[in-house]
Every structure is written in C-alpha cells, then in structure tokens.
Design a protein around this ligand. Structure first.
Ligand code: C2E
Ligand code: CA
Ligand code: CA
Length: 945
C-alpha cells in the first residue's frame, strides 16, 4: 500500500497529473523544454564521427585570394576538374547557378559539368512560396542542370527559429525532390530527420576552396569522399541558426544532417507510444511513492536519474528520441502531490501551527496593548519588565517610569517577603490589595498573578527565565458600588434608616458583646404607629410615605445618640439601646419617642395625627436571643396598643394574651356565622321624665371554651381585620330587628349601636345602612349610632362625609366616650351630632375626684351651649344619678339602673321600670306608653325632614 492507494483520491490524482501532462505536451508547451534538454544532451555527448564528408569551404581566405564576388564560374569549372581528378564518391556544389553570368564562364562551367565522370554531381535547388501561393522554384540553368542531379536545400526552422530537422525529400509538383542528406534512400520519403547535434562539425574534413583550386590539396583527401562545396564565410550570409553551436553554415548543417542519417536517424516514437510510456511511468511512480517523504525524495531523485539515463541510453544505443520532459514532469508532479499529501498530515500542521503561533503572538500583543486592565510582566527579581498602556494609566506615570522598577513600589503587598516569593505564592489566584500610583496615591486593586516560563532566543542561546504576569484591576468603583449595595442591603430606601437586616446584625453584635463574661443589658424598643394604616388606605401611599419619613426624622431627633434606630416594616420601627439602661432612662426615651408625634404632621395641607405604641423587651431579662427579643417586644407593643398606653414592658403573661388574640381573630368569623354572638341591651334613663326611652346595644360573645369574651377585646381584633364589617352589619341588623320586635309589642325604644372607627372611613357604609333600614321597615329616628372622637380624627373630611350621609338618612348620631380623645369643640359645631356621651371614667371618678366633677359639670354647660343632648354612662349609684340630673344631664346609663340584658329580659325590665316610674310620678306622666321621643335639637337635615 502506498500513499496514493491508502488515501481516497490518490489514483485520481495520478490520473489528473497524467492528463495534465498529456495536455501540456499536446499543446506544445513542453516543446521548448524538450529542446533544451536535447540540446543539453547533445552538448554532453558531443563527439566526432568518422565521416567521409569533405567540405570545400568558400571561406574568408578563398574570398580574399580570389578578390572578386561572385566568382567567375570558370573557377568552379576548374575546381570541379580538380575534384574530379581525385575521384570522389560524390560532389555537391552548393552554389547558386540559377542565373546566367558571362558567356565564357558559363560555357566553361557547362564544359566542366558535362565532362564524363565517375561520381554523381548535385546542384542545389530551392523553392519558395510566392504571391498567390505559387511555388517559385529556384533551380540551376537548364544548361547546367542537364549534366547534374538536383538536391533541395530548403530547411524549416522550428518555433524558436533554430533548425533542428532536415527533410530527406520533398514533393514538388508531384515529383520526388530529394535533399542531400539521404542519397542512399535509407529513410522513407518526406522524413524530417532530427539532426543529431551531438555530432561535432569537426568530424568533417574541411579544405579551403582556393587550396583545392590551386592544387594544394593532395588527391587522397578527396579521393572516394563525399565532397560538399559551399560557403562557410560569414560574409556570404549563408549561416543557419542552430542549437548547441549557435549558427553554422548551411553546408555544414547539411553535412551534419547527412551524417545523422548515416549514423542512423533518431526514431521519434509515435504519439500513442509516447503517451503509453507516460501512462506506464505514471502508474509505476504512483505505486513507488509511499507515505514517508524521505523515501519519496530518494525515489524521486533516483527516478529522475533513471529517466535521464534511460533517455540517453535509448538515444545513444537505439537512436530512440524519447520524450524525457513529460516523463520528468509527470514524475515531479506526482512527487509534489505525494509530498503535499503527506505534508497535510504532518508538515501542514506544523506550518499552520507556526503561522497560527505568529498570528496568536500578534493577537496576544494587541490584546495586551489594548486591554483596559493593567498587565505587567515581572521577573524573578520583582522588576517590571513590560507594561501595557493601561498600566501607565493605572499608576499615573509614563512607561519609562514603570519599566525596570520594582513592582513592590506600586503594589504594596509585594513589598512583604520579597516580590518574587509573593508572586509565586499568588500564582493562579486573585487577591485584593492596595496599590500606589507613581505619585503615591493609594487605591484598592484586584491582582491576579500567573507564572510563565519564557524562552528567549537572544544571541542564539535559548534561556528559560521565570516571569510573572500580573493583571491589576482598579476596583475603586467596584468598592464604591459594593458600599452602595451594602448600604442598600442594610438600609431602608424610603427613610434612609437601617433596615431589618441591619437591625438583626446590630442585635447579633450587641448580644454577642453582651454575652459572657460581662452580661449587660440590651434593650429593644418596637415602635408601631397607630392609625397609620388608615392614613395609607385613605390618603394613599404617597402621603403615607411622607408621614413615615417625617416620623422617622422625629424619632431620630428624639432619640439623638441614645440608641440605634431602624425601620423594619411598614410602620414598624425599632430602637436598640445597648448601653446598660435603667428603667428610668428607658421610660424617658419611650416618653420622648411618644411625645415627638404629639404635633400633627402636615402633608399636602392635611394635618395628620399618628400615635405610637412601644413594646419594650430586655436582654437577657426577657429573651435569650435576638429573635425572641423581637417577638417579645412585639407582644409588649400589642399590649400597649390594646391598653392605649404609649409604652409597655414585656411580661411573660402577655404572651398568653397574644395567643388568645390570635385565636379570637381566627374564630370570630365563624362565631358571627354560627350565632355565638348575642346582642344585649342596656337601658338609658331619661333623667327629666324618669322613663327609659332608649337602650344601647352591646355585643356579647359566649365562646364555647373561653366563656364570655369582652367586646372590647374582640371588637379590637375585628377592627384590625375586615371582620368589623360583617360584625357591624350583624349588630345593626340585630338592633333594627329588635326595635321592630319591641314596637310590635308596644314598646317604643330607640336603640343606640356602637360604630367602629374603621366603619366611619367607609364611604359605602351609608348606602348599606339605608338598605338595612329599608328592609327592616324601622324608622331611621329609632336608630342612634355612637361614634368616638378618635374615629372622627382619623380622616376628618371623609368621616364628616360619611356622618353627613348618615344624618341625611335621619339616623341620630352621638359622640361616645366623650372627653377621652383630643376633643375639639370646633368639629362638634359642624357635626350633625344629636348627643354627647361623657366617658364613664369621668362619671365613675366624680365621686372621689373634684377635677372629674368639674369636667362633668363644664361638659354639661358646653353641651347646652351647643344645644346637644348629654348622656352619662357608668352611672353606678343613686348619688351619681342625682348629681348628673342636677348638673343638667339628659340621660343616664349604668349599672345603677341595669347592666346590658338579653332582649327579652331588657324589655321586661323596661316595662317594669317605666311602670314604676309612672306610678311614682302619678298623674304627672301623660299616657301609658313608654317610648316617648325625647325633644331633640333639630339638625340640619332634620330641619328639612
Ligand atoms: P362603650 O360603648 O363605652 O360601652 C359601655 C360599656 O360600659 C359596656 O361594656 C358596658 O357594659 C359598660 N358599662 C355600662 N354601665 C356601666 C357601669 O355603671 N359601670 C361600669 N364599670 N361599666 C358600665 P362592654 O359591654 O364590655 O363594652 C365595652 C366596649 O365594647 C363598648 O364600650 C364598646 O366600645 C364596645 N362594644 C360593645 N358592643 C359593641 C358593638 O356591638 N359594636 C361595637 N362597635 N363596639 C361594641
Ligand atoms: Ca357605646
Ligand atoms: Ca362609652
């Protein structure tokens, strides 16, 4: 198997080479090479042959002697006589006798030509194509030709202008016209004999014309010889351009051609034979070439030698004129093809690799140069050897200030333990460290180092040295970004305060620091805004956000440097006091945090009041870790909220409440649906008439396990969730149903229903109320709604709108728990309020507290001035009732009369109470019926009714 066979397409390649060479050969492209090769061979093989040709030269000496040209033909006549006398074998007078000269001379020549002789005599003739392709034959005069034979002296030069062939005979007008070269007719007619120029012209004996003429040439020189007489003098212009010898006289060329025929005319194989030989060589060489290029080289060289040797041998030995060039070319092409194919496998790779390397080097260089990262090469001694432009920018200096400088001057880290050792240790890794500019400015960088072995071929010595490449990246911006991210991660974007994550981190460190051996106190305050949800819900988040920002600022100002404040959720803030605090300082701080919100917050022209409930938990007193601390502060905060105080300390008992609150929240919904709730009614006594004319509906929940749950407790839970709506509707429906039921039984009692603050913000409520009234068929004036001052304060505008809508329905409105909120008389004047209900704390306090008595009395005066009715709740004694009656109170409600009773019991109680009252009052009481509508101040809408 060889390189061709092994690979697909190998034989195809051989065929291609063969076809190419055949094509080139047929196109004559190879001809010049062929000639050049043959000429070279002729030069190498140049030799003399033993020729019988004697050339009688019309040479320069003859011309000089016979000082006249053309010579008188008598000279030729005389020469011929001289030659004839020597008895040559044949004579060829290559002299033009086609035109007559003078009579005497022509006659002399004719005489000489006509003399009897024992050898053939030839005269030249030649033809040329004249106009109209007419053949113009140039022949000796008839008088001369009669006595001689003719020889055609035409010759046809090749494409290169050199005469390489001589034809043995021509066909002129159908007759054979021989040339001189093959008088014995050894070759077929019309053969172009390839002249063998290896025959040296020196093979021919030459004698000078004039020497023969004057008898100086011995007879035996010419005896039995073939004598050619012709011009050899250059002056006579009969030179023929030939290969090998540049130019030769025509007579010599004819002599060479003649000698070629004599020796044996070279035989040129037919085209078919040549192509067959070529095919054979192609096959042979294809088979010989293998995969190893060294062997192929030898094969090639050997085959070239063999081809040349065979070619020469064929010529010398067999006169075979083979076509060496096409063979050599085929061979060479095959060799090259095989070489290229094997190169493909090995050297191509190497060539491509080295080209690639060079390109990669260039690429690398450009990458390094254009890199925005600083790249420096440092040697084993820590000296900077190369640096890219980014390096000069980074270190703020010129390249020459960087090169040959110790790297430790720029990277401070590398100054420690020697740069090289450090660089070695940093190999393959990335470090952040400080760098210094040329002028000394220090900045953070990231540095990655890799060790490289560099082989330099300077001075033709290959030295391997150890280098380090350091990529240095400026990370100032990244650090700033990191700081920003860090800040974002630990700070609240709205208020700029630390966030929950920051709080936890802070707590961890505080608790860690507070751990053993020095247990100290960490105090966590959890601050939750009151009424903030309403602000957000009703005024939108934009306002809510501004309120939060303002609150945050106030808290910060109030806290000063006393602690760490964070915002951990919507309206939740925390304060960490991590220096040991006494209860007094904690109280003082809590107080100031509460106080700072006393002043309303102005946002977009709206004055908003928010409060704060603070839960306080202490480490290690209340909790062992930060999570527990937070949870407990949260519990305490809810307690504070529920109790309506600003702050509350955590108490383990709170936790139970918290759990209870959660369970209440979960169970209330099903309690409403499953009738666990019940409405009780507490009668209100008209102090003037002494009769019960109204009652307050109070919800009761008999929990299957917990027993009676206080409405104060679960209403607060309901308010915190959406349950307040169904609860309110349930209460209203119950109250209206009761009014109707009692009326049908002849008892006309107005019922007051408590309205939660959240409901007062619900603009859809009046419509629902109207619907309930319509379905119940109860007159609006039989219903009274109790609202609290604080409910009013939430969003006064909206609350006012809802109240006005309720008033339009004809439902009465009273202010519950009057005196506990931030009472403002201004709004009372604008509200369509029926009655004020002084909070029971004042009533219950007035027996022992003079201030409360003053409040009770002054409230009465104010109410009368505003012409609203006055109700007192929490009336527990007869004294209370008497005092209130004296003070001018219109109605009284309290345990002194009755607690809240189930509907039936309440009705029975009312009937009984009123009957007794009427009996006591005697005739003073008109009519038997109890439900006497009390005179009311006509409200704005009531006036319209
Ligand atoms: P409130 O509106 O101020 O109701 C009066 C509360 O005082 C009632 O407590 C009542 O039982 C109690 N009370 C009446 N007379 C006296 C007295 O002479 N001395 C003392 N110490 N207390 C007296 P209750 O029923 O526990 O209700 C507590 C609060 O729960 C109510 O305060 C009211 O704000 C709320 N509430 C009760 N029922 C409802 C309801 O159906 N809807 C809404 N939204 N809130 C309700
Ligand atoms: Ca009430
Ligand atoms: Ca009340």
């Amino acid at each position: 198997m060889n390189a061709f066979g092994r690979r697909h397409g190998g034989w195809l390649l051989a065929v291609a080479v063969f076809a190419l060479v055949v094509g080139l050969r047929a196109g004559g492209v190879l001809r010049p090479w062929e000639n050049a090769l043959a000429d070279q061979r002729a030069r190498l093989l140049e030799h003399e042959v033993s020729s019988d040709i004697v050339i009688v030269e019309i040479d320069a000496a003859s011309l000089a002697t016979l000082d006249e040209w053309p010579w008188p033909r008598q000279h030729h006549a005389k020469l011929l006589d001289r030659i004839a006398a020597a008895h040559p074998r044949s004579v060829f007078l290559d002299i033009d006798f086609s035109a007559p000269s003078n009579m005497l001379n022509d006659a002399a020549l004719e005489g000489a030509l006509g003399r009897p002789r024992d050898f053939p005599l030839y005269l030249p003739t030649y033809f040329q194509r004249g106009r109209d392709e007419l053949l113009i034959l140039n022949r000796p005069l008839q008088r001369f030709e009669r006595h001689t034979d003719l020889a055609v002296v035409n010759h046809v030069p090749g494409a290169d202008g050199l005469t390489r062939e001589w034809r043995n005979s021509w066909r002129i007008d159908g007759a054979r016209a021989p040339s001189m070269i093959d008088l014995r007719r050894t070759l077929p007619d019309d053969t172009d004999v390839v002249i063998d120029y290896s025959i040296s012209p020196r093979s021919f004996t030459t004698v000078s014309y004039v020497d023969v003429l004057e008898g100086r040439v011995p007879r035996d020189v010419l005896a039995g010889k073939t004598v050619y007489v012709g011009a050899t003098s250059v002056d006579l212009n009969d030179m023929v351009a030939v290969p090998v010898y540049l130019s030769q006289p025509g007579i010599v060329v004819q002599a060479l051609a003649t000698e070629t025929v004599n020796v044996g005319a070279p035989r040129v194989p037919s085209s078919a034979a040549a192509i067959a030989l070529l095919a054979f060589v192609t096959l042979l060489m294809s088979a010989l070439y293998g995969a190893r290029w060294r062997v192929n080289m030898l094969v090639f060289a050997a085959s070239v030698v063999v081809v040349l040797a065979l070619w020469t041998w064929a010529f010398t030995g067999f006169r075979l004129w083979l076509d060496a060039v096409s063979l050599l070319l085929t061979n060479a092409l095959l060799f090259v093809a095989v070489a290229l194919r094997s190169l493909e496998a090995q050297t191509w790779k190497a060539v491509a690799f080295s080209l690639g390397m060079r390109r990669r080097d260039a690429l690398l260089k450009s990458v390094v140069q254009s890199s925005t990262d600083c790249i420096v090469c440092v040697d084993d001694a820590g000296i900077i050897r190369t640096a890219n432009p980014a390096a000069t920018r980074l270190f703020d200096c010129a390249a020459y200030e960087l090169l040959d400088q110790p790297i430790s001057r720029f990277i401070t880290l590398l100054a420690v333990d020697g740069a090289a050792a450090r660089l070695g240790a940093m190999h393959g890794g990335i470090r952040e460290c400080d760098a210094r500019t040329f002028k000394g400015e220090v900045f953070p960088v990231e540095i990655s180092v890799s060790r490289v072995r560099h082989t330099s071929s300077a001075n033709l010595r290959f030295d391997t040295e150890r280098l380090y490449t350091a990529i240095v990246r400026d990370i100032r911006e990244r650090r700033a970004q990191q700081r920003k991210l860090q800040h974002q991660a630990t700070h609240d974007s709205l208020t700029g305060l630390p966030n929950r994550a920051a709080l936890l981190a802070r707590l961890e460190t505080a608790l860690g620091a507070a751990g053993p051996p020095l247990p100290s106190t960490v105090v966590l305050l959890l601050l939750d805004l009151c009424r903030f949800k309403e602000v957000n819900d009703t005024l939108g988040h934009g306002v809510g956000d501004r309120v939060l920002c303002e609150v945050a600022q106030r808290f910060q100002a109030a806290l000063g440097a006393n602690g760490f404040i964070a915002r951990i959720g919507g309206d939740e803030f925390t304060v960490v006091l991590d220096s040991p605090e006494t209860a007094a300082t904690i109280d003082a701080i809590s107080q100031s945090l509460g106080d700072c919100l006393r002043m309303p917050i102005d946002v977009a022209g709206i004055s908003i009041e928010v409060g704060v409930s603070i839960g306080i938990a202490r480490y290690p007193h209340d909790a062992a870790d930060s999570q527990a601390l937070l949870r407990h502060a949260d519990v305490a905060m809810y307690v504070a909220k529920r109790r309506g105080v600003t702050w509350e300390y955590y108490d383990a008992a709170h936790d139970e409440n918290t759990v209870r609150r959660l369970s209440i929240g979960g169970e209330l919904r099903s309690a409403i649906a499953s009738h666990q709730l019940e409405l009780h009614f507490q009668p209100q006594v008209n102090l003037r008439s002494g009769l019960v004319e109204s009652a307050e509906a109070l919800v009761r929940w008999h929990h299957p396990e917990k027993g009676a749950v206080s409405p104060a407790e679960f209403v607060a839970v309901a308010e915190a969730t959406d349950l307040i709506r169904p609860l309110t509707e349930w209460t209203l429906t119950g109250a209206l149903t009761q009014i109707r039921a009692w009326r049908e039984r002849g008892v006309h009692v107005r019922i007051a229903v408590n309205l939660s603050a959240r409901i007062l913000q619900d603009v859809a409520f009046p419509a629902r109320l109207a619907a309930l009234l319509a379905t119940s068929g109860v007159s609006a004036a039989s219903l009274e709604l109790e609202i609290t001052e604080s409910a009013m304060m939430m969003d006064p505008t909206r609350a006012l709108r809802v109240i006005q809508e309720i008033d339009k329905l004809g439902v009465l409105i009273s202010i519950d728990d009057f005196g506990t909120g931030y009472s403002s008389l201004g709004y009372l004047r604008d509200l369509p309020v029926q009655a004020l209900k002084l909070d029971k704390s004042f009533v219950m306090g007035m027996r022992s507290n003079a201030d409360d008595r003053i409040i009770v009395e002054s409230t009465a005066q104010m109410a009368h001035a505003l012409r609203v009715e006055l109700v007192a709740e929490g009336v527990e004694t007869e004294w209370d009732a008497q005092f209130l009656k004296a003070a001018g109170y219109d109605f009284a409600q309290g345990f002194h009369f009755s607690c809240a009773l189930p509907a039936n019991k309440c009705m029975a109680w009312i009937l009984d109470f009123n009957a007794t009252a009427m009996l006591t009052a005697g005739e003073a009481v008109p009519g038997r019926e109890t439900g006497i509508t009390r005179p009311v101040r006509p409200s704005a809408s009531a006036a319209r009714r």
